[in-house]
Design a protein. Sequence first.
Length: 231
Amino acid sequence: MDLEQQLQLFFDKEGVSVELLGRIYAAAATFAWVWKDINEMKIKPLPLEVSIHLKALRSLVPDMTKLIQTKATMIYLDEVVGPGLPAQARVERNKFHDVLMSLRDPSPPRIKEGSNDRETWDTLQKQKHLEYSQQVENAFLKAHQLRLKLEKSAKRYIFMHPMIGTKFDGTWMKAANTAGTIQPHGKSIWACLNPAVYSAPRDTRSPQHLEVSALVLVQGFPLDHYVTNIQ
């Protein structure tokens, strides 16, 4: 079954609300724009001459070289990346708004015949849009700030996003639309609401540790139960 058929089946399911669709799109957008391996959070390549000297220094005093590189990274994240996060959040707010607007019914809302509430309705819509824009922008900004904090951590973090149609795996996934007493082994995933988060020390080859399980919707369970399961 291809992706288009999977989506068609998903959207035809009972219990698919505007809130749920918004949550799904928000999760996908956040993963694609925030939780990826952000190039802006990496120090730009050093000039060749500096790189040669740094390589020689690393062979003589590796611990000291590592401290210098870590300090340089922290300065770069604080002075270059951090100040640009609000602007990045606004860009992503606009991108997310465009996605949602593309899904909107193009026909105008119906106002009762003889009603003079068009102006009032327009005012309320503008107010709702402003509130929505502020909430979305703040959400993206908080996500970026958390991403920056994780980048500065002594651990490295990896994000795993289950794809539609893959089988549920309880070792790193959590079902959002079950009662919690039944493990949906072998069931297909309809959508991912939050990616899984793994961590590992930066300076060792220790195995990755699961910090947060991926939150998914699985086939064969009522979708309208998901709200009570993600409090």
